[in-house]
Design a protein around this ligand. Structure first.
Ligand code: 9PG
Length: 531
């Protein structure tokens, strides 16, 4: 039987707080499904995956409640592949759910009490067709029209953005088929203090006007559920942040060289603050927002109102959606998947790409598939393609240039093809990095949509060309013996604040160097850069 022919599919919906269903045949593989955009989603064999390092980043990369679970497991749903190639599936139709493999059983756990679950057996695609329909009935679907084609500042400039260079790029992108020019991290005073910093002296409204004057929509990045420790927001309103049972602030991870704290979206003053923030972004003139690090509002902890954490998250996101209005395009990133459905227009469905395919330190030593890297991004995105039926899915950016990344032409091609399959195309390429041929290819790519047919579990025909992602999927083998001891030592070192601060300092230094080289490059060109 052909892979994509529908097998007879059996399914039922059960209502319980604790489903425990017998797997009918011997299980061979397990479908992990990570909690938020960056967390791993992948079919693996039945051996447990190593716990990713460093643990200090767990709140930022996985669901910290289940990260130490030893059996195969995942958020909201789980499935096993049976001997005959069919799938046995258990998946919640609501929030706060987790599934794990317990010997010959799939076990469901619910943080919200009794709820509906889909139990199904059959061919994978058929099951996800049913599941996505049931989810869209319950959460709603905002998949409307085509996803916009986005130019995003992050993957070329990182935090080295300022008004001058953005204005230059906006001019240079004239004639490029983008719908949105999106300003990423680097414009704000602090994460938590959402006013422009000294690099944007003319203000955000002016920036949005400049983008509009070139016929493009203006996009802006924010992380509204988070604050760094040094933010005024955190200092002035400590009572707005989620705590643990002992009264300590819960960690939302570490980034920007600082500890991160999570806003309590059940607190009425926080909801009011979120409302004002979104109205401000709207009044500045932005038409598109990339809201990032959203997981923070769904981390476990004590809140003002005693409601399940994913319900608390949805309350916050709901206020955001209402304050933005229906017409602003909302891309959710670093976002818990199910609680975001029906409220945002698009969802990042994998970790960040980055100009590197796979980093040995991250894949083999830290065994962390949530860290930025093209291979990590492709692997997880491929396992979440089914969500496309209910929401636009963002696989992150594609590259065309040989400059500014370490990818081979084949690797760049895989990213480009994946984005065509997702029907969500974005890039960060600087026009001045592209040679003539690359610029033509990029314009062609964004100018036309591809014809895509699925031809196998991990293969597609894209404009008649066979694209096979099978070799991308396997996870690195964990180190054993002396290598394993070395790994543990390295993980121990990496799990210190100063180690993460050092990595941050390095990234800041390379952003500064990048910026200097861009300025030097601009100075050698005859183009009027300030024009
Ligand atoms: C801006 C970036 C970009 C990017 C987002 C997000 O796990 N991590 O350590 C981790 C750090 C940063 C990150 C993702 C994961 O990137 O996905 O597109 O907007 O923030 O800071």
């Amino acid at each position: 039987m052909g892979l994509l022919e529908r097998r007879i599919l059996e399914y039922q919906i059960i209502h319980t707080a604790h489903p425990y269903v017998k797997i009918p045949l011997t299980a061979q593989r397990y479908l992990w499904h990570g909690w938020q955009s960056w967390s791993l989603a992948c079919w693996t064999d039945l051996s447990p995956l190593p716990i990713p390092c460093p643990a200090l980043l767990h709140p930022m990369q996985t669901d910290p409640v289940y990260v130490r679970e030893r059996q195969p497991h995942g958020s909201w749903y789980g499935a096993v592949e049976l001997k005959d190639g069919s799938i046995f599936f258990l998946g919640a139709l609501g929030l706060g759910a987790h599934v794990r493999l317990d010997g010959e059983y799939l076990e469901g756990l619910s943080e919200v009490g009794e709820q509906d679950w889909l139990v199904a057996e059959g061919e994978e695609q058929g099951i996800f067709d049913v599941y996505s329909q049931l989810l869209s009935d319950r959460f709603g679907s905002r998949r409307r029209g085509k996803a916009p084609r986005v130019w995003c500042s992050w993957y070329s400039l990182y935090t080295a953005i300022d008004e001058k260079i953005i204005n230059q790029i906006v001019q240079q992108l004239q004639g490029y088929p983008f719908d949105v020019i999106q300003i990423d991290d680097g414009w704000q005073q602090k994460v938590g203090d959402w006013l422009p910093n000294a690099k944007f002296p003319s203000g955000m409204e002016t920036l949005a006007t400049v983008i509009h004057s070139q016929g493009k929509k203006a996009g802006l990045w924010l992380a509204p559920f988070l604050a760094v420790k040094s933010a005024r927001l955190f200092r002035e309103h400590p009572q707005w942040f989620v705590k643990d049972e002992k009264g300590h602030f819960i960690s939302a991870g570490i980034n920007w060289g600082e500890p991160l704290y999570a806003l309590d979206t059940t607190h009425p003053q926080v909801l009011e603050w979120l409302r004002r923030l979104m109205v401000q972004v709207r009044n500045w003139g932005f038409d598109y927002v990339k809201l990032d690090f959203l997981y923070a509002a769904a981390l476990p902890g004590i809140r003002y109102q005693d409601i399940p954490r994913e319900v608390a998250y949805r309350q916050g996101l709901n206020v955001i959606r209402q304050s933005l209005g229906e017409d602003i395009f909302l891309l959710a990133c670093g976002a818990p998947i199910f609680p975001s459905l029906g409220l945002c227009d698009a969802l990042r469905v994998g970790p960040d790409v980055s100009g590197e395919w796979e980093n040995t330190r991250d894949a083999v030593i830290l065994t962390n598939p949530a860290i930025p890297g093209a291979r990590n991004a492709i692997r997880t995105t491929l396992h979440r393609l089914w969500l496309k039926q209910i929401i636009h899915i963002d696989p992150d950016v594609v590259y065309f240039s040989q400059r500014g990344n370490h990818l081979t032409p084949e690797q760049r091609r895989l990213l480009q093809d994946l984005a065509q399959i997702c029907q969500f195309r974005a890039t960060s390429e600087l026009p001045q990095w592209l040679n003539k041929e690359e610029a033509i290819l990029l314009k062609q790519y964004f100018g036309e949509e591809a014809d895509v047919i699925r031809s196998g579990k991990y293969s597609y025909r894209v404009n008649g060309r066979e694209v096979d992602f099978t070799s991308v999927i396997p996870l690195a083998q964990p180190l054993t013996g002396i290598g394993g001891i070395g790994r543990n030592l390295f993980c121990w070192i990496a799990n210190h604040h100063w180690a993460l601060k050092f990595i941050y300092w390095q990234s800041q230094r390379s952003a500064r160097q990048l910026r200097q080289s861009l300025d030097a490059f601009a100075a050698t060109r005859s183009t009027n850069w300030d024009g």
